[in-house]
Each structure stands twice: as structure tokens, then as C-alpha cells.
Design a protein around this ligand. Structure first.
Ligand code: 8IG
Length: 275
């Protein structure tokens, strides 16, 4: 697809593209509108069938403005799901990351498309590293806030969106009532694709970061511009670089992810009943 040319008076804006994608998406899925959207990140795919009854699905690459995901295992489709409360959820399996080099508008295109399709609630999930030894692999954390270290933003022009309460206090309270043991933390988004150095992890920890990853914050910013309520959920899959004296074995990371599957499914199932 030809990228929008800002010098062209009729160049499609990111919102125009999202509007077109939403129209194509709703038609492909055979639904009138969506109520909420869920993005399943690394480690969360086990939760897919916990969200409700799948009505239809479409490959993201077949919709305006989307590309096939580059990361194997990051999925790459969007499904319509009828939840237990009879709401329609858009389920995104896979996301575009900033490190893919497609630009920040590509990163948040799914969020803008979901908003254009009517979704007022957005659940963003991810797999991440932890800067805290007491939150090891397998720990689920609700995001209380984020620090955007990507050096970029999806917003342009005088869009002075408030980032106070970016992660909905109402949705966090709902989750806390369901799962009193789930801690809340601050997520730091790095651009990647390289993992952090130990010094960068120590920096993230000292400025208040509990979790480090390569997604979510930019999507939350775009969602807040659209007035969506955001719930952020992280699965710790590894202690971040330098946090553990002993480097974590990859097998341990995979085992932690697999072991968390049933917990994530149950959490998402319970959440869908109250969203
Ligand atoms: I899974 O330790 C996962 N994603 N930046 N750092 C960053 N992203 C991650 C990490 C991590 N683990």
C-alpha cells in the first residue's frame, strides 16, 4: 500500500484509514458494531477461547492498513466474539510493534480501528520482563501506569490528551474485586527490538518501572485519545536483564508461560463476565 503523503491534500489520515478498516472489518465479521476489544499479547493466547463464543474471524493482513505480523507466534487475525454478557468483543491475536519499523501509526492502527468500530473498552495484554525479584515469571500484573521511553507518540498536533488515569481506575477496581491478589505496577515501554542492558533495567527500576516491554504504552495513548477505557494486563515471563544473579534459562521462561495458561484463561473468563 502507498503510504499517505502529507503534501497531498487528499492524503488519507490515520483516522480515515482506521474508519475504512473498521467498515471492512465489521462487514467481514458480519457484525454491526463492537462493544469492546481485547489484544492478546505474548503468553496470552491460552485465553482466547475463554472470551466467549467466536462468531467469525478475518486475517488482519486482509484489512486496510494492516500488515501480517513479523513475529512468529504473534497470531495476526481479529475475531468477533460474543461474550457471556452478550457483548461483542473484537479479539486481536497479534499486534504490530514499533521495532518492526512500520511507524507508530501502524502500531496503533488496531486500536483506532477498534474505536472506529464502536469499542469503548480496551483490554491490552502483554508478556514482559520484571525489574522486581518478588514478581517472577508467571506473575500477572495489572498496569497502574506507564512510562513511554519510545521517544515517540501516536498523537500529532494539539491533541493534549490527559494521561492521568490512563489505565481506568474503574476497570482496575473491577479486576481487584475479581482477583485481590493481582498486584498493580508501572510498565515501561522501550522501543526494542533488543532487550535492555542491565543498566537500562536499573534505570527503569529507579524511575519507578516495575515491568519492561516493547508494547502497550503507545496503544494506550491512542486509545485514550479516542476516549476508550483501558485495562492493561501483563504476564511476567522473565526477570529483566541483570535483575537475577543467575541468567534465567529459556526453558524456565517457557515453562512459566505454559504454567500460567490456565490462570490467564480463568482470569479473562471472569473478566468478560463483568466488562
Ligand atoms: I516476553 O525483558 C519480554 N518482552 N523490553 N524486556 C523487554 N521486552 C520483553 C521482555 C524484557 N520480556
Amino acid at each position: 500500500m502507498t503510504p499517505p503523503d502529507a503534501t497531498m491534500p487528499d492524503a488519507a489520515t490515520p483516522d480515515d484509514l482506521a474508519s475504512r478498516a473498521a467498515t471492512a472489518l465489521l462487514a467481514a465479521l458480519g457484525i454491526d458494531r463492537a462493544d469492546l476489544a481485547v489484544v492478546l499479547g505474548s503468553g496470552w493466547s491460552a485465553g482466547r477461547d475463554a472470551l466467549g463464543t467466536e462468531l467469525a474471524s478475518v486475517r488482519l493482513a486482509d484489512l486496510p492498513g494492516f500488515r501480517a505480523p513479523v513475529v512468529e507466534g504473534h497470531g495476526g487475525e481479529v475475531a468477533a466474539v460474543r461474550t457471556v454478557t452478550d457483548a461483542v468483543a473484537l479479539l486481536f491475536t497479534g499486534r504490530t510493534h514499533l521495532y518492526e519499523g512500520l511507524g507508530v501509526d501502524a502500531v496503533v492502527h488496531g486500536v483506532r480501528t477498534a474505536a472506529a468500530a464502536g469499542a469503548r473498552t480496551l483490554v491490552l495484554t502483554n508478556g514482559c520482563g520484571s525489574t522486581r525479584t518478588d514478581w517472577g515469571p508467571g506473575t500477572v500484573v495489572a498496569l497502574r501506569d506507564h512510562i513511554n521511553l519510545t521517544g515517540t507518540t501516536p498523537l500529532q498536533g494539539p491533541s493534549f490528551v490527559s494521561m492521568s488515569d490512563a489505565y481506568s481506575p474503574r476497570l482496575r477496581a473491577t479486576l481487584a474485586a475479581l482477583r485481590p491478589g493481582v498486584p498493580e505496577g508501572v510498565y515501561v515501554q522501550f522501543r526494542g527490538p533488543q532487550y535492555e542492558t542491565p543498566a537500562e533495567v536499573e534505570y527503569a527500576r529507579r524511575i519507578g518501572g516495575d515491568l519492561v516491554g516493547m508494547s502497550t504504552a503507545l496503544e494506550t495513548i491512542a486509545a485514550r485519545e479516542k476516549g476508550m477505557e483501558v485495562l492493561g494486563l501483563s504476564l511476567v515471563t522473565n526477570l529483566a536483564a541483570g535483575v537475577s544473579a543467575r541468567p534465567l534459562a529459556h526453558a524456565e521462561v517457557l515453562a512459566a508461560g505454559a504454567a500460567a495458561g490456565p490462570q490467564l484463561r480463568a482470569l479473562l473468563a471472569d473478566l468478560m463476565a463483568v466488562l
